[in-house]
Ligand binder design. Structure first.
Ligand SMILES: NC(=O)c1ccc[n+]([C@@H]2O[C@H](COP(=O)([O-])OP(=O)(O)OC[C@H]3O[C@@H](n4cnc5c(N)ncnc54)[C@H](O)[C@@H]3O)[C@@H](O)[C@H]2O)c1
Length: 600
Protein backbone atom coordinates (compact mmCIF):
# COMPACT_ATOMS: atom_id res chain seq x y z
CA UNK A 1 0.00 0.00 0.00
CA UNK A 2 1.16 3.53 -0.64
CA UNK A 3 1.16 5.06 2.79
CA UNK A 4 4.61 6.48 2.19
CA UNK A 5 6.58 3.82 3.96
CA UNK A 6 9.04 1.29 2.59
CA UNK A 7 9.20 -2.26 3.82
CA UNK A 8 11.88 -1.77 6.41
CA UNK A 9 10.68 -2.49 9.94
CA UNK A 10 13.82 -3.60 11.74
CA UNK A 11 12.99 -5.73 14.80
CA UNK A 12 16.42 -5.22 16.35
CA UNK A 13 16.67 -1.46 15.84
CA UNK A 14 13.09 -0.88 17.00
CA UNK A 15 13.04 -3.41 19.85
CA UNK A 16 11.15 -2.06 22.87
CA UNK A 17 13.55 -1.46 25.78
CA UNK A 18 12.52 -3.19 29.01
CA UNK A 19 13.90 -3.33 32.57
CA UNK A 20 14.55 -0.40 34.88
CA UNK A 21 17.40 1.42 33.12
CA UNK A 22 16.65 4.71 31.42
CA UNK A 23 17.68 5.49 27.87
CA UNK A 24 15.97 8.92 28.06
CA UNK A 25 16.29 11.79 30.53
CA UNK A 26 13.24 10.85 32.59
CA UNK A 27 10.66 8.10 32.99
CA UNK A 28 7.95 10.00 31.15
CA UNK A 29 10.04 10.31 27.98
CA UNK A 30 11.16 6.71 28.47
CA UNK A 31 7.54 5.58 28.76
CA UNK A 32 6.64 7.41 25.55
CA UNK A 33 9.56 5.77 23.77
CA UNK A 34 8.70 2.28 25.02
CA UNK A 35 5.01 2.62 24.22
CA UNK A 36 5.72 3.97 20.72
CA UNK A 37 8.01 1.02 20.00
CA UNK A 38 5.60 -1.38 21.69
CA UNK A 39 2.83 -0.17 19.33
CA UNK A 40 5.04 -1.24 16.43
CA UNK A 41 6.23 -4.54 17.89
CA UNK A 42 5.18 -7.20 15.32
CA UNK A 43 3.42 -9.10 18.12
CA UNK A 44 1.27 -6.01 18.63
CA UNK A 45 1.01 -4.15 15.31
CA UNK A 46 -0.96 -5.53 12.37
CA UNK A 47 1.53 -4.36 9.68
CA UNK A 48 4.76 -3.00 11.19
CA UNK A 49 6.37 -2.76 7.72
CA UNK A 50 3.84 -0.04 6.91
CA UNK A 51 4.01 1.37 10.46
CA UNK A 52 0.34 0.37 10.68
CA UNK A 53 -0.77 -0.61 14.14
CA UNK A 54 -4.48 -1.41 13.66
CA UNK A 55 -7.80 -0.10 12.37
CA UNK A 56 -7.32 0.06 8.61
CA UNK A 57 -4.28 2.36 8.22
CA UNK A 58 -3.93 3.61 11.81
CA UNK A 59 -0.24 4.48 12.19
CA UNK A 60 2.17 5.27 15.03
CA UNK A 61 4.52 7.48 12.99
CA UNK A 62 4.26 9.08 9.57
CA UNK A 63 7.22 7.28 7.98
CA UNK A 64 10.47 5.66 9.08
CA UNK A 65 12.39 8.93 8.99
CA UNK A 66 9.80 10.50 11.29
CA UNK A 67 9.96 7.44 13.55
CA UNK A 68 13.76 7.74 13.84
CA UNK A 69 13.45 11.44 14.59
CA UNK A 70 10.80 10.88 17.27
CA UNK A 71 13.11 8.37 18.95
CA UNK A 72 16.03 10.84 18.83
CA UNK A 73 13.84 13.66 20.13
CA UNK A 74 12.54 11.61 23.05
CA UNK A 75 16.12 10.78 24.02
CA UNK A 76 17.22 14.42 24.19
CA UNK A 77 13.99 15.79 25.65
CA UNK A 78 14.54 17.51 29.02
CA UNK A 79 12.19 17.23 31.97
CA UNK A 80 10.91 20.77 31.46
CA UNK A 81 10.33 20.50 27.71
CA UNK A 82 7.52 19.24 25.47
CA UNK A 83 7.84 17.55 22.10
CA UNK A 84 5.28 18.44 19.43
CA UNK A 85 4.09 15.73 17.03
CA UNK A 86 2.12 16.80 13.95
CA UNK A 87 0.44 13.81 12.30
CA UNK A 88 3.20 11.38 13.15
CA UNK A 89 6.19 13.69 12.60
CA UNK A 90 8.18 15.50 15.31
CA UNK A 91 8.13 19.22 14.55
CA UNK A 92 9.39 21.04 17.63
CA UNK A 93 10.74 20.89 21.15
CA UNK A 94 9.55 23.74 23.35
CA UNK A 95 10.36 24.81 26.87
CA UNK A 96 7.31 24.22 29.11
CA UNK A 97 7.60 22.91 32.68
CA UNK A 98 7.85 19.67 34.57
CA UNK A 99 4.16 19.24 35.39
CA UNK A 100 2.79 19.38 31.84
CA UNK A 101 2.85 16.73 29.10
CA UNK A 102 6.25 15.80 27.71
CA UNK A 103 4.59 15.09 24.36
CA UNK A 104 1.70 16.88 22.66
CA UNK A 105 0.25 15.09 19.65
CA UNK A 106 -2.20 16.18 16.97
CA UNK A 107 -3.17 13.65 14.29
CA UNK A 108 -5.19 13.86 11.06
CA UNK A 109 -6.84 17.19 11.89
CA UNK A 110 -8.47 18.86 8.89
CA UNK A 111 -10.54 22.02 8.70
CA UNK A 112 -14.14 20.68 8.57
CA UNK A 113 -14.89 21.70 4.95
CA UNK A 114 -11.85 19.68 3.79
CA UNK A 115 -12.38 16.76 6.16
CA UNK A 116 -12.86 14.01 3.58
CA UNK A 117 -10.90 10.86 2.76
CA UNK A 118 -10.22 12.27 -0.71
CA UNK A 119 -8.46 15.34 0.68
CA UNK A 120 -6.71 13.29 3.33
CA UNK A 121 -5.43 10.87 0.65
CA UNK A 122 -3.94 13.78 -1.33
CA UNK A 123 -2.16 15.09 1.74
CA UNK A 124 -0.97 11.63 2.73
CA UNK A 125 0.49 11.08 -0.75
CA UNK A 126 2.39 14.36 -0.41
CA UNK A 127 3.79 13.16 2.90
CA UNK A 128 1.95 15.82 4.91
CA UNK A 129 -0.32 13.68 7.06
CA UNK A 130 -0.96 10.29 8.58
CA UNK A 131 -4.06 8.61 9.96
CA UNK A 132 -3.66 8.18 13.71
CA UNK A 133 -6.81 6.08 14.31
CA UNK A 134 -7.25 6.22 18.09
CA UNK A 135 -4.55 4.53 20.16
CA UNK A 136 -2.16 3.93 17.21
CA UNK A 137 -1.12 7.56 16.82
CA UNK A 138 -1.25 8.20 20.54
CA UNK A 139 1.07 5.32 21.45
CA UNK A 140 -1.15 3.42 23.86
CA UNK A 141 -2.32 0.46 21.76
CA UNK A 142 -1.78 -2.80 23.65
CA UNK A 143 -2.87 -5.34 21.03
CA UNK A 144 -6.26 -7.00 20.81
CA UNK A 145 -6.43 -7.14 24.61
CA UNK A 146 -7.17 -3.41 24.54
CA UNK A 147 -10.56 -4.11 23.06
CA UNK A 148 -11.33 -7.52 24.52
CA UNK A 149 -12.94 -6.26 27.67
CA UNK A 150 -15.09 -3.70 25.83
CA UNK A 151 -16.23 -6.39 23.41
CA UNK A 152 -16.74 -8.81 26.28
CA UNK A 153 -18.84 -6.20 28.16
CA UNK A 154 -20.88 -5.50 25.03
CA UNK A 155 -21.71 -9.17 24.52
CA UNK A 156 -22.33 -9.54 28.28
CA UNK A 157 -24.81 -6.65 28.05
CA UNK A 158 -26.47 -8.36 25.06
CA UNK A 159 -26.69 -11.58 27.05
CA UNK A 160 -28.17 -9.74 30.04
CA UNK A 161 -30.66 -7.87 27.93
CA UNK A 162 -31.77 -10.64 25.58
CA UNK A 163 -30.63 -14.00 26.94
CA UNK A 164 -31.09 -13.70 30.65
CA UNK A 165 -31.38 -17.15 32.14
CA UNK A 166 -34.01 -16.99 34.84
CA UNK A 167 -34.62 -20.34 36.50
CA UNK A 168 -36.41 -22.48 33.98
CA UNK A 169 -36.37 -19.84 31.25
CA UNK A 170 -34.03 -19.76 28.29
CA UNK A 171 -33.70 -16.79 25.99
CA UNK A 172 -36.51 -14.46 25.15
CA UNK A 173 -36.59 -10.94 23.74
CA UNK A 174 -37.09 -10.03 20.13
CA UNK A 175 -34.12 -8.71 18.23
CA UNK A 176 -35.80 -5.45 17.26
CA UNK A 177 -34.33 -2.64 19.31
CA UNK A 178 -35.50 0.86 20.08
CA UNK A 179 -33.36 3.76 18.93
CA UNK A 180 -35.10 6.08 21.40
CA UNK A 181 -32.69 7.63 23.87
CA UNK A 182 -33.76 7.12 27.46
CA UNK A 183 -32.64 9.23 30.39
CA UNK A 184 -33.23 6.30 32.74
CA UNK A 185 -30.89 3.99 30.93
CA UNK A 186 -29.66 2.96 34.34
CA UNK A 187 -32.88 1.22 35.21
CA UNK A 188 -33.23 -0.33 31.77
CA UNK A 189 -29.66 -1.55 31.58
CA UNK A 190 -28.34 -4.28 33.77
CA UNK A 191 -24.64 -3.89 34.47
CA UNK A 192 -22.88 -7.08 33.51
CA UNK A 193 -23.86 -9.05 36.56
CA UNK A 194 -23.63 -12.07 34.27
CA UNK A 195 -27.07 -13.53 34.74
CA UNK A 196 -27.28 -13.60 30.99
CA UNK A 197 -25.28 -15.99 28.87
CA UNK A 198 -24.71 -16.52 25.18
CA UNK A 199 -24.71 -20.28 25.70
CA UNK A 200 -26.57 -21.90 22.84
CA UNK A 201 -26.48 -18.78 20.66
CA UNK A 202 -24.90 -18.23 17.26
CA UNK A 203 -23.09 -14.87 16.94
CA UNK A 204 -22.08 -13.90 13.43
CA UNK A 205 -19.64 -11.12 12.60
CA UNK A 206 -16.69 -10.29 10.33
CA UNK A 207 -13.17 -8.90 10.51
CA UNK A 208 -10.30 -10.42 12.48
CA UNK A 209 -8.00 -7.40 12.50
CA UNK A 210 -6.48 -5.61 15.47
CA UNK A 211 -9.80 -4.78 17.10
CA UNK A 212 -12.07 -7.28 15.39
CA UNK A 213 -9.70 -10.06 16.45
CA UNK A 214 -11.07 -9.68 19.99
CA UNK A 215 -14.58 -10.73 18.94
CA UNK A 216 -14.14 -14.52 18.98
CA UNK A 217 -12.62 -14.51 22.45
CA UNK A 218 -15.18 -12.05 23.83
CA UNK A 219 -18.03 -14.21 22.52
CA UNK A 220 -16.66 -17.47 23.89
CA UNK A 221 -15.93 -15.76 27.23
CA UNK A 222 -19.70 -15.17 27.26
CA UNK A 223 -20.20 -18.88 26.44
CA UNK A 224 -21.53 -18.36 22.90
CA UNK A 225 -20.62 -19.62 19.43
CA UNK A 226 -18.78 -17.10 17.23
CA UNK A 227 -18.82 -17.45 13.44
CA UNK A 228 -16.58 -14.87 11.80
CA UNK A 229 -15.84 -14.07 8.16
CA UNK A 230 -12.34 -12.80 7.33
CA UNK A 231 -10.85 -12.37 3.87
CA UNK A 232 -7.17 -12.59 4.80
CA UNK A 233 -5.69 -15.95 5.77
CA UNK A 234 -2.78 -14.45 7.76
CA UNK A 235 -5.18 -12.57 10.00
CA UNK A 236 -7.04 -15.78 10.82
CA UNK A 237 -3.77 -17.58 11.48
CA UNK A 238 -2.63 -14.76 13.82
CA UNK A 239 -5.84 -15.04 15.88
CA UNK A 240 -5.52 -18.83 16.08
CA UNK A 241 -1.86 -18.59 17.12
CA UNK A 242 -2.61 -16.04 19.85
CA UNK A 243 -5.55 -18.15 21.05
CA UNK A 244 -8.14 -15.49 20.31
CA UNK A 245 -9.92 -17.88 17.93
CA UNK A 246 -10.37 -21.66 18.18
CA UNK A 247 -10.68 -23.04 14.63
CA UNK A 248 -11.13 -22.05 11.04
CA UNK A 249 -12.48 -23.34 7.75
CA UNK A 250 -12.04 -22.43 4.11
CA UNK A 251 -15.44 -23.82 3.19
CA UNK A 252 -18.41 -21.70 4.24
CA UNK A 253 -20.86 -24.58 4.61
CA UNK A 254 -18.46 -26.60 6.74
CA UNK A 255 -17.96 -23.58 9.01
CA UNK A 256 -21.70 -23.02 9.29
CA UNK A 257 -22.34 -26.72 10.00
CA UNK A 258 -19.75 -26.77 12.77
CA UNK A 259 -21.24 -23.57 14.24
CA UNK A 260 -24.75 -25.03 14.21
CA UNK A 261 -23.52 -28.19 15.91
CA UNK A 262 -21.84 -26.06 18.61
CA UNK A 263 -25.00 -23.97 19.07
CA UNK A 264 -26.98 -27.17 19.48
CA UNK A 265 -24.52 -28.59 22.04
CA UNK A 266 -24.12 -25.34 23.96
CA UNK A 267 -20.39 -25.32 23.23
CA UNK A 268 -18.42 -22.06 23.63
CA UNK A 269 -16.37 -22.04 20.47
CA UNK A 270 -15.09 -19.53 17.92
CA UNK A 271 -14.96 -20.41 14.24
CA UNK A 272 -13.35 -18.27 11.56
CA UNK A 273 -14.14 -18.74 7.89
CA UNK A 274 -11.97 -17.51 5.05
CA UNK A 275 -14.53 -15.61 3.08
CA UNK A 276 -16.07 -12.22 2.54
CA UNK A 277 -18.67 -11.09 5.09
CA UNK A 278 -21.22 -10.61 2.32
CA UNK A 279 -20.76 -14.19 1.11
CA UNK A 280 -21.22 -15.59 4.63
CA UNK A 281 -24.43 -13.60 5.23
CA UNK A 282 -25.80 -14.54 1.79
CA UNK A 283 -25.18 -18.21 2.50
CA UNK A 284 -26.83 -18.03 5.94
CA UNK A 285 -29.91 -16.48 4.36
CA UNK A 286 -29.95 -19.04 1.52
CA UNK A 287 -29.88 -21.79 4.13
CA UNK A 288 -32.57 -20.03 6.15
CA UNK A 289 -30.40 -19.80 9.25
CA UNK A 290 -31.03 -16.93 11.65
CA UNK A 291 -28.17 -16.23 14.05
CA UNK A 292 -29.03 -14.77 17.44
CA UNK A 293 -26.71 -11.77 16.88
CA UNK A 294 -25.14 -10.18 13.82
CA UNK A 295 -22.58 -7.37 13.64
CA UNK A 296 -19.43 -6.47 11.74
CA UNK A 297 -15.90 -5.25 12.44
CA UNK A 298 -14.35 -4.98 9.02
CA UNK A 299 -12.63 -1.62 8.52
CA UNK A 300 -15.66 -0.10 6.79
CA UNK A 301 -14.61 3.32 8.10
CA UNK A 302 -11.95 3.34 5.33
CA UNK A 303 -13.49 2.33 1.97
CA UNK A 304 -10.12 2.35 0.18
CA UNK A 305 -7.73 0.59 2.55
CA UNK A 306 -10.09 -0.96 5.09
CA UNK A 307 -12.95 -2.78 3.36
CA UNK A 308 -12.61 -5.56 0.78
CA UNK A 309 -15.52 -5.74 -1.71
CA UNK A 310 -17.12 -9.16 -2.20
CA UNK A 311 -16.96 -8.78 -5.98
CA UNK A 312 -13.15 -9.11 -6.19
CA UNK A 313 -10.50 -11.31 -4.59
CA UNK A 314 -7.61 -10.13 -2.40
CA UNK A 315 -5.05 -10.05 -5.22
CA UNK A 316 -7.36 -8.01 -7.41
CA UNK A 317 -8.03 -5.75 -4.43
CA UNK A 318 -4.32 -5.04 -3.87
CA UNK A 319 -3.77 -4.22 -7.56
CA UNK A 320 -6.92 -2.13 -7.96
CA UNK A 321 -6.22 -0.05 -4.84
CA UNK A 322 -2.98 1.13 -6.42
CA UNK A 323 -4.05 1.32 -10.06
CA UNK A 324 -7.62 2.51 -9.86
CA UNK A 325 -8.48 3.69 -6.35
CA UNK A 326 -11.70 5.32 -7.54
CA UNK A 327 -13.09 2.11 -9.00
CA UNK A 328 -11.98 0.22 -5.90
CA UNK A 329 -13.78 2.70 -3.64
CA UNK A 330 -16.94 2.42 -5.72
CA UNK A 331 -16.89 -1.41 -5.48
CA UNK A 332 -16.29 -1.19 -1.74
CA UNK A 333 -19.24 1.17 -1.31
CA UNK A 334 -21.52 -1.09 -3.38
CA UNK A 335 -20.42 -4.09 -1.34
CA UNK A 336 -21.04 -2.29 1.96
CA UNK A 337 -24.51 -1.37 0.77
CA UNK A 338 -25.20 -5.04 0.04
CA UNK A 339 -23.67 -5.98 3.39
CA UNK A 340 -26.03 -3.67 5.29
CA UNK A 341 -28.97 -4.90 3.21
CA UNK A 342 -28.18 -8.46 4.34
CA UNK A 343 -27.81 -7.38 7.98
CA UNK A 344 -31.25 -5.77 7.75
CA UNK A 345 -32.68 -8.94 6.22
CA UNK A 346 -31.36 -10.97 9.16
CA UNK A 347 -32.76 -8.38 11.56
CA UNK A 348 -36.16 -8.72 9.88
CA UNK A 349 -35.89 -12.49 10.38
CA UNK A 350 -35.32 -12.02 14.13
CA UNK A 351 -31.57 -11.55 14.67
CA UNK A 352 -30.28 -8.89 17.06
CA UNK A 353 -28.26 -6.67 14.75
CA UNK A 354 -25.99 -3.78 15.73
CA UNK A 355 -23.27 -1.61 14.23
CA UNK A 356 -19.96 -2.28 15.98
CA UNK A 357 -18.31 1.08 15.54
CA UNK A 358 -17.00 0.91 11.96
CA UNK A 359 -19.51 3.29 10.34
CA UNK A 360 -20.83 0.69 7.89
CA UNK A 361 -24.37 2.14 8.13
CA UNK A 362 -23.14 5.57 7.01
CA UNK A 363 -21.15 4.06 4.12
CA UNK A 364 -24.25 2.25 2.83
CA UNK A 365 -26.28 5.42 3.27
CA UNK A 366 -23.71 7.58 1.42
CA UNK A 367 -23.72 5.12 -1.49
CA UNK A 368 -27.50 5.06 -1.68
CA UNK A 369 -27.64 8.88 -1.60
CA UNK A 370 -25.10 9.12 -4.41
CA UNK A 371 -26.99 6.64 -6.60
CA UNK A 372 -30.18 8.67 -6.29
CA UNK A 373 -33.78 7.48 -6.22
CA UNK A 374 -33.85 6.43 -9.90
CA UNK A 375 -31.13 3.80 -9.60
CA UNK A 376 -31.92 0.08 -9.56
CA UNK A 377 -30.39 -0.19 -6.12
CA UNK A 378 -32.83 -1.45 -3.47
CA UNK A 379 -33.62 1.41 -1.08
CA UNK A 380 -32.88 0.40 2.50
CA UNK A 381 -33.13 2.12 5.86
CA UNK A 382 -29.43 1.95 6.65
CA UNK A 383 -29.81 3.22 10.22
CA UNK A 384 -32.60 0.81 11.17
CA UNK A 385 -30.28 -1.07 13.50
CA UNK A 386 -28.52 0.75 16.36
CA UNK A 387 -24.90 1.36 17.14
CA UNK A 388 -23.41 -0.54 20.06
CA UNK A 389 -22.96 2.56 22.24
CA UNK A 390 -26.58 3.69 22.56
CA UNK A 391 -27.69 0.05 22.60
CA UNK A 392 -25.33 -1.26 25.28
CA UNK A 393 -22.47 0.97 26.44
CA UNK A 394 -23.74 4.49 27.22
CA UNK A 395 -24.77 3.74 30.84
CA UNK A 396 -21.15 2.82 31.55
CA UNK A 397 -19.99 6.13 30.05
CA UNK A 398 -22.45 7.92 32.35
CA UNK A 399 -20.56 6.50 35.33
CA UNK A 400 -17.24 7.63 33.89
CA UNK A 401 -16.41 4.05 32.89
CA UNK A 402 -14.34 3.23 29.86
CA UNK A 403 -11.36 1.23 28.58
CA UNK A 404 -8.75 2.15 31.16
CA UNK A 405 -5.52 0.17 30.70
CA UNK A 406 -1.95 -0.03 31.93
CA UNK A 407 1.32 -1.60 30.84
CA UNK A 408 4.38 -2.75 32.77
CA UNK A 409 7.41 -0.90 31.43
CA UNK A 410 9.66 -3.52 33.02
CA UNK A 411 8.42 -6.04 30.46
CA UNK A 412 7.89 -8.51 33.32
CA UNK A 413 4.46 -10.24 33.36
CA UNK A 414 4.81 -10.62 37.13
CA UNK A 415 4.33 -6.84 37.44
CA UNK A 416 0.89 -7.20 35.85
CA UNK A 417 0.08 -10.03 38.25
CA UNK A 418 0.95 -7.61 41.08
CA UNK A 419 -1.33 -4.92 39.64
CA UNK A 420 -4.15 -7.47 39.13
CA UNK A 421 -3.87 -8.39 42.79
CA UNK A 422 -3.90 -4.70 43.76
CA UNK A 423 -7.04 -4.02 41.73
CA UNK A 424 -8.80 -7.04 43.22
CA UNK A 425 -7.94 -5.78 46.72
CA UNK A 426 -9.06 -2.23 45.93
CA UNK A 427 -12.48 -3.20 44.58
CA UNK A 428 -13.50 -6.43 46.35
CA UNK A 429 -17.22 -5.60 46.01
CA UNK A 430 -17.06 -5.31 42.21
CA UNK A 431 -17.84 -8.89 41.23
CA UNK A 432 -17.98 -8.22 37.51
CA UNK A 433 -14.49 -6.75 37.69
CA UNK A 434 -13.15 -9.69 39.69
CA UNK A 435 -14.64 -12.11 37.19
CA UNK A 436 -13.05 -10.14 34.36
CA UNK A 437 -9.60 -10.28 36.03
CA UNK A 438 -9.91 -14.04 36.48
CA UNK A 439 -10.94 -14.55 32.86
CA UNK A 440 -8.24 -12.21 31.59
CA UNK A 441 -5.53 -14.02 33.55
CA UNK A 442 -6.70 -17.36 32.24
CA UNK A 443 -7.46 -16.52 28.60
CA UNK A 444 -5.42 -13.54 27.46
CA UNK A 445 -1.96 -13.93 26.01
CA UNK A 446 0.10 -10.75 26.34
CA UNK A 447 1.26 -9.09 23.13
CA UNK A 448 4.41 -6.98 23.55
CA UNK A 449 4.73 -5.27 26.93
CA UNK A 450 2.55 -7.05 29.50
CA UNK A 451 -0.62 -5.00 29.94
CA UNK A 452 -4.09 -5.12 31.37
CA UNK A 453 -7.40 -3.55 30.36
CA UNK A 454 -10.04 -2.85 32.97
CA UNK A 455 -13.16 -0.69 32.55
CA UNK A 456 -12.87 1.50 35.67
CA UNK A 457 -15.09 4.50 36.36
CA UNK A 458 -15.15 7.83 38.15
CA UNK A 459 -13.32 7.59 41.47
CA UNK A 460 -11.94 4.13 40.71
CA UNK A 461 -9.35 5.27 38.20
CA UNK A 462 -7.60 7.65 40.59
CA UNK A 463 -7.57 5.01 43.34
CA UNK A 464 -5.94 2.55 40.94
CA UNK A 465 -3.40 5.12 39.69
CA UNK A 466 -2.29 6.13 43.17
CA UNK A 467 -2.03 2.49 44.25
CA UNK A 468 0.14 1.69 41.21
CA UNK A 469 2.40 4.65 41.98
CA UNK A 470 2.83 3.25 45.47
CA UNK A 471 3.78 -0.14 43.98
CA UNK A 472 6.50 1.58 41.95
CA UNK A 473 7.69 3.67 44.91
CA UNK A 474 7.98 0.64 47.20
CA UNK A 475 9.66 -1.54 44.58
CA UNK A 476 6.81 -4.07 44.44
CA UNK A 477 6.99 -3.78 40.66
CA UNK A 478 10.31 -3.69 38.79
CA UNK A 479 9.83 -0.47 36.81
CA UNK A 480 7.25 2.29 36.33
CA UNK A 481 3.72 1.53 35.16
CA UNK A 482 2.13 3.49 32.34
CA UNK A 483 -1.61 4.17 32.44
CA UNK A 484 -3.78 5.19 29.49
CA UNK A 485 -7.08 4.60 27.83
CA UNK A 486 -8.72 4.28 24.44
CA UNK A 487 -10.17 7.42 22.85
CA UNK A 488 -13.42 5.45 22.80
CA UNK A 489 -14.09 6.67 26.31
CA UNK A 490 -16.62 8.56 28.35
CA UNK A 491 -15.57 12.18 27.78
CA UNK A 492 -13.03 12.16 25.03
CA UNK A 493 -14.92 11.71 21.80
CA UNK A 494 -17.52 13.28 19.56
CA UNK A 495 -18.61 10.68 16.99
CA UNK A 496 -22.28 10.90 15.98
CA UNK A 497 -22.42 7.40 14.45
CA UNK A 498 -20.69 5.80 17.40
CA UNK A 499 -19.86 7.10 20.89
CA UNK A 500 -22.24 10.07 20.73
CA UNK A 501 -24.98 8.49 18.62
CA UNK A 502 -28.54 9.40 19.71
CA UNK A 503 -27.53 11.61 22.65
CA UNK A 504 -30.50 12.54 24.76
CA UNK A 505 -30.25 16.25 24.00
CA UNK A 506 -29.29 15.87 20.32
CA UNK A 507 -25.71 17.06 20.94
CA UNK A 508 -24.21 14.15 18.95
CA UNK A 509 -22.00 16.31 16.72
CA UNK A 510 -20.85 18.82 19.34
CA UNK A 511 -17.05 18.49 19.39
CA UNK A 512 -16.28 20.97 22.18
CA UNK A 513 -16.13 18.07 24.60
CA UNK A 514 -13.07 16.18 23.27
CA UNK A 515 -11.25 19.49 22.90
CA UNK A 516 -12.02 20.38 26.50
CA UNK A 517 -10.89 16.89 27.49
CA UNK A 518 -7.49 17.33 25.81
CA UNK A 519 -7.06 20.79 27.33
CA UNK A 520 -8.00 19.57 30.80
CA UNK A 521 -5.56 16.66 30.61
CA UNK A 522 -2.82 19.00 29.47
CA UNK A 523 -3.57 21.43 32.30
CA UNK A 524 -3.72 18.58 34.81
CA UNK A 525 -0.30 17.19 33.91
CA UNK A 526 -0.86 14.04 31.84
CA UNK A 527 2.37 12.58 30.46
CA UNK A 528 1.28 12.81 26.85
CA UNK A 529 -1.92 14.12 25.32
CA UNK A 530 -3.26 13.64 21.80
CA UNK A 531 -6.07 15.12 19.76
CA UNK A 532 -7.21 13.18 16.68
CA UNK A 533 -9.73 13.33 13.89
CA UNK A 534 -11.47 10.48 12.03
CA UNK A 535 -10.70 7.56 14.37
CA UNK A 536 -13.04 4.56 14.36
CA UNK A 537 -15.40 5.92 11.74
CA UNK A 538 -13.24 7.78 9.22
CA UNK A 539 -12.59 11.32 8.01
CA UNK A 540 -15.26 13.86 8.82
CA UNK A 541 -17.06 11.66 11.33
CA UNK A 542 -15.21 12.05 14.64
CA UNK A 543 -12.95 14.20 16.84
CA UNK A 544 -11.35 12.56 19.87
CA UNK A 545 -8.62 12.87 22.46
CA UNK A 546 -6.22 10.56 24.25
CA UNK A 547 -4.14 10.75 27.39
CA UNK A 548 -1.43 8.68 29.02
CA UNK A 549 0.08 9.11 32.47
CA UNK A 550 3.12 7.50 34.03
CA UNK A 551 3.43 6.17 37.58
CA UNK A 552 7.14 6.66 38.27
CA UNK A 553 6.79 6.35 42.04
CA UNK A 554 7.45 10.04 42.75
CA UNK A 555 5.36 12.36 44.89
CA UNK A 556 4.97 14.68 41.92
CA UNK A 557 3.42 11.74 40.05
CA UNK A 558 0.94 11.26 42.92
CA UNK A 559 -0.20 14.85 42.40
CA UNK A 560 -0.50 14.48 38.64
CA UNK A 561 -2.26 11.11 38.87
CA UNK A 562 -4.76 12.46 41.37
CA UNK A 563 -5.64 15.35 39.06
CA UNK A 564 -5.61 13.58 35.70
CA UNK A 565 -7.42 10.41 36.73
CA UNK A 566 -10.15 12.42 38.37
CA UNK A 567 -10.53 15.09 35.69
CA UNK A 568 -10.25 12.88 32.61
CA UNK A 569 -13.30 10.67 33.30
CA UNK A 570 -14.82 13.69 35.04
CA UNK A 571 -15.21 15.43 31.67
CA UNK A 572 -17.23 12.42 30.52
CA UNK A 573 -19.51 12.45 33.54
CA UNK A 574 -20.02 16.20 33.09
CA UNK A 575 -20.69 15.75 29.35
CA UNK A 576 -23.35 13.08 29.93
CA UNK A 577 -24.91 14.95 32.87
CA UNK A 578 -25.12 18.05 30.67
CA UNK A 579 -26.89 15.96 28.01
CA UNK A 580 -29.48 14.98 30.61
CA UNK A 581 -28.61 11.41 31.63
CA UNK A 582 -29.77 10.76 35.19
CA UNK A 583 -27.02 8.24 36.00
CA UNK A 584 -24.42 10.83 34.98
CA UNK A 585 -26.14 13.50 37.09
CA UNK A 586 -26.03 11.16 40.09
CA UNK A 587 -22.38 10.29 39.43
CA UNK A 588 -21.51 13.99 39.09
CA UNK A 589 -23.20 14.83 42.40
CA UNK A 590 -21.58 11.89 44.20
CA UNK A 591 -18.14 12.91 42.95
CA UNK A 592 -18.35 16.67 43.45
CA UNK A 593 -18.44 17.35 39.74
CA UNK A 594 -21.76 19.15 39.64
CA UNK A 595 -21.14 22.81 38.82
CA UNK A 596 -24.57 23.83 40.14
CA UNK A 597 -23.48 22.70 43.62
CA UNK A 598 -20.34 24.88 43.37
CA UNK A 599 -22.04 28.08 42.28
CA UNK A 600 -25.25 27.96 44.28
N1 LIG B 1 -16.15 -1.50 18.38
C1 LIG B 1 -15.11 -0.94 18.85
O1 LIG B 1 -14.98 -0.82 20.04
C2 LIG B 1 -14.09 -0.48 17.92
C3 LIG B 1 -12.93 0.04 18.45
C4 LIG B 1 -11.99 0.45 17.59
C5 LIG B 1 -12.18 0.33 16.24
N2 LIG B 1 -13.34 -0.14 15.72
C6 LIG B 1 -13.57 -0.22 14.30
O2 LIG B 1 -13.66 -1.60 13.95
C7 LIG B 1 -13.13 -1.77 12.64
C8 LIG B 1 -12.08 -2.85 12.66
O3 LIG B 1 -10.92 -2.43 13.38
P1 LIG B 1 -9.60 -3.32 13.29
O4 LIG B 1 -8.58 -2.65 14.15
O5 LIG B 1 -9.92 -4.74 13.55
O6 LIG B 1 -9.23 -3.10 11.75
P2 LIG B 1 -8.17 -3.86 10.82
O7 LIG B 1 -8.04 -3.00 9.63
O8 LIG B 1 -6.97 -4.24 11.61
O9 LIG B 1 -8.94 -5.19 10.43
C9 LIG B 1 -10.06 -5.23 9.58
C10 LIG B 1 -10.22 -6.65 9.08
O10 LIG B 1 -11.37 -6.78 8.25
C11 LIG B 1 -11.06 -7.65 7.15
N3 LIG B 1 -12.00 -7.37 6.08
C12 LIG B 1 -12.11 -6.23 5.35
N4 LIG B 1 -13.17 -6.30 4.52
C13 LIG B 1 -13.75 -7.51 4.73
C14 LIG B 1 -14.91 -8.14 4.22
N5 LIG B 1 -15.69 -7.53 3.34
N6 LIG B 1 -15.23 -9.38 4.68
C15 LIG B 1 -14.44 -10.01 5.61
N7 LIG B 1 -13.33 -9.44 6.12
C16 LIG B 1 -13.00 -8.19 5.71
C17 LIG B 1 -9.62 -7.30 6.84
O11 LIG B 1 -8.97 -8.32 6.12
C18 LIG B 1 -9.03 -7.10 8.23
O12 LIG B 1 -8.53 -8.29 8.78
C19 LIG B 1 -12.60 -0.41 12.22
O13 LIG B 1 -13.54 0.25 11.43
C20 LIG B 1 -12.40 0.29 13.50
O14 LIG B 1 -12.43 1.70 13.36
C21 LIG B 1 -14.29 -0.56 16.56
Amino acid sequence: MSTLTKTQYDPIKYKTPTGNKLSCKGWIQEAALRMLLNNLNPEVAERPDDLIVYGGRGKAARNFEALDNIIKALKVLENDESLLIQSGKPVGILRTHKDVPRVLISNSQLVPKWATWEHFDELEKKGLMMYGQMTAGSWIYIGSQGIVQGTYETYAAIANKHFRQEPGVQSTESGVQSMEPDSRLGTQYSAPSHHGSLKGTLNVTAGLGGMGGAQPLAITMNEGVALIAEVERWRIEKRIETKYCDLWFENIDEAIDRALEARQNGEAISIAVLTNAVCLLERLIERNIVPETVTDQTSAHDPLYGYVPHTINNTQATIMREQDPEQYTELAYASMHRHVELMLELQARGAIVFDYGNNIRARAHEFQERQGPDSLLPTIDCFAFPGFVPAYIRPLFCEGKGPFRWAALSGDPHDIAVTDFTIAKLFPENRALLRWLELAKEKIAFQGLPARICWLGQGEREKAGLAFNELVRTGKVKAPIVIGRDHLDTGSVASPNRETEAMLDGSDAVADWPLLNALVNTASGASWVSLHHGGGVGMGYSIHAGMVIVCDGSEAADERLGRVLRNDPGTGVIRHADAGYDIAKDTARANNLNIADRIK
